[in-house]
Design a binder for this molecule. Structure first.
Ligand code: NAD
Length: 289
């Protein structure tokens, strides 16, 4: 498989903007960041500029390297134009199967034959996207974590038709941008991290709903006894309780997992979504958007 040098990131939101920045910081890739919304492209450029300024202030990157990384990211609304000479396309658009399938189809029709198509989806297995392309052997999941410039992990997932060469190139790329890849040999809901996170969160909710302990004490137990930086309730508030309910419902549709507990459903119905709404299990007066 040819060496990866030109990387196209599709979707300039929370994840895509930072995947592009992390790639550009490596210094050895040409990067294009594509979005259908020009306001998102402008926002990504602005936020990446601020992230670099902060990193320069803190001495994590030199002013020259920071500026060079920003300059290395070409922003574009033209997906087909950007993908035409791609070696790797990382899709990070909305978590919507149809939107993602449309991107995969369009990219497949113009990208060079050897190009790899990866999806950053948290829940959509690569086989559902690879099937609309003519290169299922060159498709994989590449699941980064938020915020990408801080979180080191990337879960690389092999679909039923993904080739060894694709997996090797994907793992090598993740290392090349200073991130740590782990490989899932088979598709499974939630990959590794979210399966373990949901198992712990569901147990924490059962203990709380059963009246065994307060959510505060459960968080303290997990932080002080397991050395987690955040307790499960803090983490649920941080990510959004609606996200948890949605993920649990989606998992049920696959015939596994448990139904969202009443306490979560009631909070979501009351608009208590966690940090983003100012209240979840805890209160966040300063965070209300
Ligand atoms: N946010 C997280 O914490 C997180 C973590 C890991 C993985 N993910 C996954 O990453 C993906 C993106 O999530 P996000 O939080 O960055 O979303 P986001 O809503 O912040 O950004 C999505 C971007 O996709 C763009 N987009 C939508 N349709 C498009 C199209 N047809 N062509 C080009 N651009 C299009 C939107 O304009 C938007 O800028 C999702 O699949 C999500 O599951 C998210």
């Amino acid at each position: 498989m040819a060496e990866i040098s030109r990387v196209v990131v599709v979707g300039a939101g929370t994840m895509g903007s930072q995947i592009a920045l992390q790639t550009a910081l490596a210094g050895r890739y040409r990067v294009a960041l594509v979005d259908s919304a020009s306001v998102q492209l402008e926002r990504a450029r602005d936020q990446n500029g601020k992230l670099i300024a902060r990193s320069v202030e803190r001495g994590r990157v030199s002013d020259a390297d920071g500026k060079a990384a920003l300059a290395r990211i070409e922003i574009s609304a033209d997906l087909e134009g950007a993908a035409r000479d791609a070696d790797l396309v990382v899709e990070a658009v909305f978590e919507d199967l149809d939107v993602k399938r449309d991107i995969f189809k369009r990219v497949d029709s113009v990208a060079p034959q050897q190009a790899i198509l990866a999806s950053n989806s948290s829940t959509i297995a690569i086989s559902r996207l690879a099937e609309v392309t003519r290169r299922a052997d060159r498709c994989c999941n590449m699941h980064f974590f938020h915020p990408v410039t801080v979180m080191q992990l990337c879960e690389v997932v092999r679909g039923p038709e993904t080739s060894d060469a694709t997996i090797e190139a994907a793992m090598e790329f993740v290392r090349g941008i200073g991130r740590i890849p782990v490989l899932l040999n088979k598709e499974v809901w939630g990959f590794i991290v979210n399966r373990i996170l949901f198992a712990a969160s569901e147990e924490a909710l059962r203990l709380y709903e059963g009246g065994y302990a307060t959510f505060g004490d459960i968080d303290t137990a997990v932080k002080k006894g397991l050395n987690w930086p955040m307790g499960p309730f803090e983490l649920m508030d941080f990510s959004g309780l609606d996200i948890y309910v949605g993920a649990m419902e989606d998992r049920r549709k696959l015939g596994e997992g448990v139904a969202p507990p009443d306490v979560l459903k009631k909070k979501v119905a009351a608009g208590e979504l966690g940090r983003k709404s100012g209240k979840g299990f805890y209160e966040y007066p300063g965070f209300k958007s």
